[in-house]
Design a protein around this ligand. Sequence first.
Ligand code: FAD
Length: 286
Amino acid sequence: MSEIERYIAPQAVVEAVKAMAAGPVTILAGGTDLTPQINEGRRKHAATLMNIQRLEGLKDISLVDGEIRIGTLVTVTEIRYNALLTESATILCDTANCFASEQIRNAATIGGNICNASPAGDMIIPLLVLGASVELTSWKDDALFVRREAMKDFFKSPGKTTRQDNELLTAVIFDKPSADFVGKFRKSGPRPALEISTVTVGIGGDLKDGVFKNVRVAFGAVGPTPMRGTATEAALEGQSLNKDVIQAATEAARKDATPIDDIRATTWYRDHLIGVFTEELLNNVC
Ligand SMILES: Cc1cc2nc3c(=O)[nH]c(=O)nc-3n(C[C@H](O)[C@H](O)[C@H](O)COP(=O)(O)OP(=O)(O)OC[C@H]3O[C@@H](n4cnc5c(N)ncnc54)[C@H](O)[C@@H]3O)c2cc1C
């Protein structure tokens, strides 16, 4: 394997994106995906390695003009214990609590989980349920250029997103959920955490007077990318969560998902789990 020829650790986003505009750069955040991928020969690195841990302004969780903004360098542990998220977007904290071990959670960043773009990336599921967008920053025409893209459109195939090589993911942003918002997450595996997901399901929406509205459903590890369950959402939108509606949603979830056989589970088992988890979460929503 080729050697790393240059190591940089900028402090300002502008320096980082200028370096990315100048030529190929491999970005290192917590390193919990990148390091094993390089060590095992599954990933090639560029001649320049850029450690982004020192970048200023990317480690905060804030509420501005009704939007919650999570900087790309916020760790899974910080999400788990954050007061604003605990109060208004508990589904993110619950998911963080099912993520790996304490040691990995302390290093793993939200941006790394998103940019690794695994179909089994856990933190992506609650973010899809919250209707989040990614913020991508680059250096263009001698100025900082910032664009947003809805996460539902961001993932293209395993490990691939619409992010261009010169774009740094700087934050993930979503509207603060309403007081009526309820969000639930379920991950497969005999242990609550330390499992690479074979199936994950996230469901959220506003529950008022027994009616479920603005529903979003997301599935992980049942297709080439993390995905929204549009048929499941349609089966639930504006409905009371009675037995018939839950059964219709469970059937729709099985149609939304396109699981494959792989080393961790068969198609049959994944299909079965999708139905079981969808039903279980909906029974727990009310
Ligand atoms: C033992 C173990 C257990 C794990 N368990 C889980 C689990 O339960 N659930 C789960 O989802 N994952 C799990 N993972 C995977 C990993 O921890 C997460 O995906 C983590 O969030 C990656 O974040 P990181 O900061 O370590 O990213 P890194 O490894 O530093 O980077 C990951 C990728 O994203 C790119 N990148 C990082 N930040 C940016 C940015 N700001 N802009 C552009 N590109 C960027 C990097 O270049 C790299 O390609 C586990 C890993 C290990 C080793």
